[in-house]
Design a protein around this ligand. Structure first.
Ligand SMILES: Cc1cc2nc3c(=O)[nH]c(=O)nc-3n(C[C@H](O)[C@H](O)[C@H](O)COP(=O)(O)OP(=O)(O)OC[C@H]3O[C@@H](n4cnc5c(N)ncnc54)[C@H](O)[C@@H]3O)c2cc1C
Length: 389
């Protein structure tokens, strides 16, 4: 056996780094093993769309976004929720702002300044980050770590697994860790993902176009967000918000004119058409973006006489979720019944788990990073208590 740190964290994403911060602050020697050549690659990617850190809303509404299946992490979110996340980021020198929908972002609208300050704080706490160190399961009580210098066998007194979900494998979260926890992992599924659409040739000119000012409905989920017509299908924040219901089989309905009632639409469309084509008549009567008209033509042809119901609830024909690796996050993961309330593996005392690798899911809107930080903090605290015993 080799020299082992007191605490070993597997994975340098937000969950693992938060666990490292807690354990380092408690005075323990901490090493973070990160498979990739640099830490927090997915966190940095999240920064490309502004780094939505959390959602400023009251706690009941906040918890409701995670759904009943995430109840085991509610106490962790109560202890480190939207206010605490904002205080933490500000303490790392990051001024924040809250958008009109309550989403909270750093003024810098990227992750790198926050990550730099965070890594500096961890460094000052003595936390060591080992790059290209890949955890490959256990051999008895020892963790097997593949490193550039060969295979190491480490026996820390506490371990926190924070390996992420199973999307964007190139950023490190490949879900391969599930093989080391047989029988304890709920199958991964895409979450916050786009859906495949087999577009007809005339949609080609709209590829890449955002469609704004619509409402989406699938089952009980609704959204007023924007979607993007992509080569593969429909993507973007609007569809992510209703993607869970769609994954569970609910049809997607688009309201192309959410600010008008069906009666308003009938009044506009009832004006004499004259010799105009239907397309021209629609365009002039509704003054809508060409993408909306294209979507109506794509999914509603042959057009009936009364278009109002279809404009208000256009059924979208799709072929299911786009590949899981392209999803913003994943559902499934390490089941809560395999863990105690300190997020410790019941069958492996001294080993804890946190972040997206746990079996919860949430919409985009800052909920993901907040829960990763909250569970990382909780697992870090439980591990520190374990070490202090
Ligand atoms: C494009 C995009 C945009 C996003 N935007 C937002 C946003 O604005 N707001 C938000 O809340 N969320 C956002 N997310 C989601 C958010 O980034 C993730 O939920 C979060 O990073 C998960 O944190 P984590 O620490 O659990 O795992 P990760 O960030 O995935 O980190 C896990 C780490 O573990 C390492 N690892 C994995 N296996 C091993 C192993 N065997 N050995 C050693 N290391 C290993 C990985 O390399 C990785 O560095 C976005 C995601 C994407 C893809």
């Amino acid at each position: 056996m080799e020299n082992s740190p007191e605490a070993l964290i597997i994975g340098a994403g937000p969950a693992g780094l938060m666990a490292a911060e807690i354990l380092g602050s408690a005075g323990h020697s901490v090493t973070v093993a990160e498979a990739k050549p640099s830490p927090a690659r997915k966190f940095l990617m999240a920064g490309k769309s502004g780094l939505n850190l959390t959602k400023a809303e009251d706690m009941d509404a906040f918890l409701a976004a995670y759904g009943a299946g995430a109840a085991p992490i509610y106490p962790m979110l109560r202890a480190f929720g939207p206010d605490a996340v904002q205080d933490w980021a500000r303490a790392l020198g990051q001024p924040l702002f809250t958008g009109s929908t309550g989403r909270v972002f750093p003024n810098a609208m990227k992750a790198s300044p926050l990550l730099r300050a965070w890594l500096a704080r961890l460094d000052s706490l003595g936390v060591r980050i080992q790059r290209r160190w890949r955890w490959q399961g256990w051999d008895g009580g020892a963790l097997l770590i593949h490193t550039p210098d060969g295979l190491r066998r480490l026996t820390p007194r506490a371990t926190v697994l924070a390996c992420g979900g199973a999307s964007w494998a190139r950023l490190g979260s490949d879900g391969a860790w599930a093989a080391h926890l047989p029988g304890q992992v709920a199958p991964f599924q895409p979450a916050n993902m786009g859906f495949a659409v087999d577009w007809s040739p005339h949609m080609q000119r709209y590829l890449g176009a955002p469609v704004k000012g619509i409402a989406l409905r699938a089952g009980s989920q609704t959204s007023r967000g924007e979607i993007v017509i992509s080569r593969a299908g429909i993507e973007g924040g609007g569809i992510y918000e209703v993607s869970r219901a769609m994954r569970e089989g609910a049809p997607l309905l688009l309201d192309l004119m959410p600010d008008l009632t069906a009666e308003d639409l009938r009044a506009r469309l009832g004006r004499p058409r004259g010799k105009q084509s239907v397309a021209n008549h629609l365009r002039k009567a509704l003054k809508w973006a060409p993408e909306k008209q294209a979507l109506l033509m794509e999914f509603a042809r042959p057009l009936p006489d009364d278009l109002a119901p279809l404009i208000k609830a256009l059924p979208v024909i799709h072929h299911g979720p786009l590949p899981m690796d392209q999803a913003i996050s994943t559902a499934g993961g390490l089941r809560f019944d395999a863990l105690d309330t300190g997020l410790m593996l019941k069958d492996r005392p001294g080993t804890f788990a946190a972040g997206e690798m746990l079996d919860w899911e949430a919409p985009t809107g800052g909920y993901l990073i907040t829960a990763c930080l909250a569970t990382g903090r909780h697992a870090g605290r439980a591990a520190a208590d374990w070490l202090a015993r």
